[in-house]
Design a protein around this ligand. Structure first.
Ligand SMILES: NC(=O)c1ccc[n+]([C@@H]2O[C@H](COP(=O)([O-])OP(=O)(O)OC[C@H]3O[C@@H](n4cnc5c(N)ncnc54)[C@H](OP(=O)(O)O)[C@@H]3O)[C@@H](O)[C@H]2O)c1
Length: 250
């Protein structure tokens, strides 16, 4: 067990399922005190089950009150914030010509404006702790990605914020890092309303393009979220760590 995350206060948005849940377990296994945040109380409770050092808060990162709600919950449950993991996000694929304004706005609020305003609200705690922000993003913006201009745009913009905040906050001792997963086995597409057939088509499409030839297990992503947040990664900031089975270089 690494002692460096011992007793650290870690907030993970979207900690009720997928990558966020596994990251919560791994931080907790290293002795951190973790607050998982999401909109569904049931899934958050499942994440915390049997682990005394995981607490839960139901909050909507996209709502105007989201940042206040989440930081207040962290103050009550953890007494501060050493690590903020901006992991919650949604995808609602629509190609240009079909894009619905409300659907686009919800993605922008959840994936981009939410993390921005939450990080800003958490800043006094992060500065006091000389803490770390981990932004969970996605594949790079170097290539086009049909039907994903909004989702992909939010993720590329969040990588830009990682670089910008790293510069803005470096002198205050706060590190900011993106972990950019490749295709990972989580309920994300199910949450997007995909049918089994659509999920299979998407899986086949990506499998043929991933050099390692398989979809990631969430554990293979979550371990990097924990490692970049470890105080031992003390010189790492402004980086985008692609954990993608090689898809970006293929
Ligand atoms: N799976 C992949 O292939 C993949 C690839 C690249 C990047 N990623 C990124 O990895 C991260 C985790 O995704 P995942 O794959 O683990 O998918 P997931 O299981 O759908 O996790 C997303 C989580 O975010 C929460 N969430 C959504 N909207 C929210 C809101 N407004 N406020 C608070 N919580 C909200 C969801 O819970 P509630 O609905 O209960 O709120 C859910 O637990 C995301 O940033 C995603 O973009 C995933």
């Amino acid at each position: 067990m690494s002692e460096s995350l011992l007793d650290k206060a870690v907030v993970i948005t979207g900690g009720g399922t997928g990558i966020g849940r596994v990251a919560a377990h791994k931080f907790a296994d290293e002795g951190a005190r973790v607050l998982v945040v999401g909109r569904s109380a049931g899934s958050l409770k499942e994440t915390a089950e049997g682990r005394a050092n995981i607490s839960v808060a139901t909050a909507d990162v996209a709502a105007p009150s989201g940042p206040d709600d989440i930081v207040s919950a962290a103050e009550s449950a953890l007494g501060g914030i050493d690590v903020l993991v901006n992991n919650a996000a949604i995808t609602r694929p629509q190609a240009l010509g079909e894009i619905d304004r409300d659907v686009a706005v919800t993605q922008l609020h959840t994936n981009l404006l939410g993390p921005l305003l939450l990080t800003q609200r958490a800043l006094p705690h992060l500065v006091a702790a000389r803490g770390t922000v981990v932004n969970v993003t996605s594949v790079s913006g170097a290539r086009g990605w049909p039907a994903n201009s909004v989702y992909g745009g939010t993720k590329v913009a969040l990588d830009f914020m990682t670089r910008t905040w790293a510069v803005e906050l470096g002198s205050r001792g706060v590190r900011v890092v993106s972990v950019a997963p490749g295709v990972t086995q989580t309920p994300m597409l199910e949450h997007a309303g995909f049918t089994q057939e659509q999920m299979e088509t998407s899986r086949e499409f990506f499998l043929s393009r991933i050099p390692l030839g398989r979809i990631a297990d969430p554990e293979e992503i979550a371990r990097w979220i924990v490692r970049v947040a470890d105080p031992g990664a003390s010189y790492l900031t402004g980086a985008v760590l692609r954990v993608d089975g090689g898809i970006n270089v293929a």
